[in-house]
Design a protein around this ligand. Structure first.
Ligand SMILES: [Fe+2]
Length: 346
């Protein structure tokens, strides 16, 4: 056999061998994660998973268009686990048909039923409670979301755009609890109380409380973890030190509880490594991983009994609104329409 013939043959054999090898490695010890979450937030979790399980994690950071990408890849998609924030985004994945139903005793025992899909098609992994930032010297012990429309707060309220998913989820919750009519009235009342245009970010509520522009406002609790833990002397630290946190409840909810949104994950519909995908999800609700979640972004663990960051711990134990997130999500569209109708952001 002459060399020109031998070489292509060897090359073909080598390629076939490599393909077979990588296919088996894929089946034995890998899992592919598509995530919209900032890589630096979740990398420590994934490293801990690999260390414990030996399973390699291929992470693909998908900033925008996660659903479209996985849909376009179809049954050739290498994705095993899809991870994102906001219940709306999670349910869009489910409704888009790119997740699959899985069963896991670990996930079912750790994650309360209102924080996962009844069909096993999505699971919350961490909680993001929407709380009241209060000027630190203001005398105020408890608060209901409905109170934000009380005329006594006229000119004293700061909040970001009503169309931001953090706020539409809250408004959707209020529709579920109080009805659309009461919620519209509430939105008009809050709008009338605004100290400035509904804009900016959650941290700007603390900034503007420090600046004397407002006294109270709604924003996510995890930003307070970031601000109060920031280096002394930085702006973030000054904003954080200017406020205290109250966890509001809904006036009409019998059992009480604070509105939360979530970060979460699902197993992809065509996951090539389904078993490892479930292993990764199981790991993400372990005590170790939940502790890392609580430290990395100051989100509240979905697992009970996890050691919290001292700043987050100082807000007390989080009592979550028992309304199922799927119920809240049903009202998202209506919430967004109401925000527009009352000209909340104008
Ligand atoms: Fe955020």
């Amino acid at each position: 056999m002459s060399r020109p013939l031998l070489n292509p043959l060897l090359r073909a054999l080598a390629l076939a061998g490599a393909a077979a090898f990588s296919a088996s490695a894929l089946a034995a010890g890998e899992v592919s994660l598509y995530t919209t979450r900032e890589p630096k937030l979740i990398q420590p979790l994934l490293d801990a998973f690999t260390k414990e399980s030996g399973i390699k994690v291929n992470t693909v950071f998908v900033k925008d268009g996660l659903l479209e990408r996985v849909k376009a890849e179809g049954d050739k998609s290498p994705a095993d686990v899809l991870m994102t924030v906001d219940i709306g985004n999670l349910l869009d994945l489910v409704d888009g048909g790119v997740t699959q139903s899985i069963k896991s005793e670990t996930l079912e025992s750790v994650i309360p039923a209102n924080l996962r899909g009844a069909d096993g098609k999505w699971y919350a992994l961490s909680l993001r409670d929407r709380v009241l930032y209060v000027e630190k010297d203001l005398k105020l012990d408890s608060f209901r979301y409905e109170d934000l429309a009380d005329p006594k707060w006229k000119g004293k309220v700061c909040i970001r755009s009503g169309q931001h998913p953090y706020n539409t989820a809250l408004v959707a919750s209020m529709i579920a609890h109080d009805g659309a009519e009461a919620t519209e009235k509430w939105l008009r009342g809050v709008k009338a109380n605004l100290a400035r245009k509904a804009a900016g970010g959650d941290r700007d509520v603390a900034r503007d409380i420090l600046g004397g522009i407002c006294d109270i406002g709604l924003a996510n609790a995890y930003y307070v973890g970031h601000m109060k833990n920031a280096e002394p002397g930085t702006d973030a630290r000054k904003w954080g030190d200017a406020i205290k946190v109250i966890r509001p409840t809904f006036a009409n909810a019998k059992s009480g509880g604070t509105h939360v949104n979530v970060s979460g994950a699902a197993v992809a519909a065509h996951a090539p490594n389904k078993e490892n995908a479930v292993k990764l999800l199981d790991f993400l609700v372990s005590d170790q991983a939940q502790t890392l979640y609580a430290r990395a972004n100051y989100e509240y663990p979905v697992r009970k009994g996890v050691k919290l960051d001292p700043v987050v711990a100082s807000f007390g134990e989080l009592k979550v609104d028992p309304l199922p997130l799927t119920e809240i999500a049903k009202h998202r569209k209506q919430a967004s329409e109401l925000v527009d109708k009352v000209g909340f952001d104008n």
